[in-house]
Design a protein around this ligand. Structure first.
Ligand SMILES: Nc1ncnc2c1ncn2[C@@H]1O[C@H](COP(=O)(O)OP(=O)(O)OP(=O)(O)O)[C@@H](O)[C@H]1O
Ligand SMILES: [Mg+2]
Length: 216
């Protein structure tokens, strides 16, 4: 629960789960209910520095750089996230804005702890240092099978980024960690994202409406 006036809605899931599509759908339904001060952001990203770090993390930076180690990747992600929180999310929430974030801290548990096998106690320590009460008011997990998600990404892009190029076993570790998070956190809304986009959108509308009725 965030301590500010605005609300923070987070969309989580594997690559190709439909997070970006879902963020746009959530924006639409919020507008339908008259909530117009809404921003969509992505993590990593959302500020010039964080977007620059995103390029480094995804290997899209235009220089030949050396492959980041797992810890270098982790710290770049946290640097991008703390910048996003302090420079964008907190000031916006204070001004009553609603924010829809395409990924947030749980992505690090799934990818860095699940995928890269980094001890999750390190992530908890870093979260204590940087989140400062800026927890999501609502988290939606789009549950897509790794192969289905990756096929969507491949059909969508000609060139895969550094993370998308990881092995299927990597994505299964990420997926299993997400499933564990959902299992132990009943507040996370889990939507079967293997279904068609129109069904997923209907479920998003349903859950967002239900949540709005509860909090408004
Ligand atoms: N439920 C769905 N069924 C079929 N195709 C979908 C579905 N959801 C999204 N797509 C399509 O799959 C592609 C990836 O969707 P989207 O960009 O929303 O996913 P994402 O989770 O944001 O992916 P990424 O991790 O690459 O950012 C897009 O072409 C989108 O139109
Ligand atoms: Mg996306």
């Amino acid at each position: 629960m965030s301590i500010y006036n605005g609300k923070l809605i987070v969309v989580e899931g594997l690559d190709g789960a439909g997070k970006t599509s879902a963020a746009k759908q959530i924006l639409k339904i919020l507008r339908y209910y008259g909530i117009v001060n809404v921003n969509i952001v992505r993590d990593p990203g959302g500020t010039p520095l964080s977007e620059m770090l995103r390029l480094l993390i995804t290997g899209k930076f235009n220089y030949n750089i050396d492959e980041p180690t797992n810890y270098a990747e982790l710290f770049m992600l946290y640097a991008a996230r703390v910048q996003l929180i302090e420079k964008f999310i907190k000031p916006k929430l204070k001004k009553n804005y609603w924010i829809i974030s395409d990924r947030y801290y749980l992505s690090s548990y799934a990818y860095q702890s699940g995928g890269r096998c980094i001890n999750d106690q390190i992530l908890k320590f870093l979260d204590n240092m940087i989140l400062h009460g800026v927890y999501p008011d609502l988290t939606i997990f789009l549950d897509v099978l790794p192969k289905t998600g990756l096929n969507r990404v491949k059909n969508n892009n000609t060139k895969l980024d550094r993370i998308e190029n990881e092995s299927l076993t990597f994505f299964y570790r990420v997926y299993n960690y997400y499933k564990k998070l959902v299992k132990f956190n009943k507040d996370i809304i889990c939507i079967n994202a293997n279904q068609s986009l129109s069904i997923v959108n209907k479920e998003i509308n349903y859950y967002i409406s239900k949540w709005l009725m509860k909090i408004m």
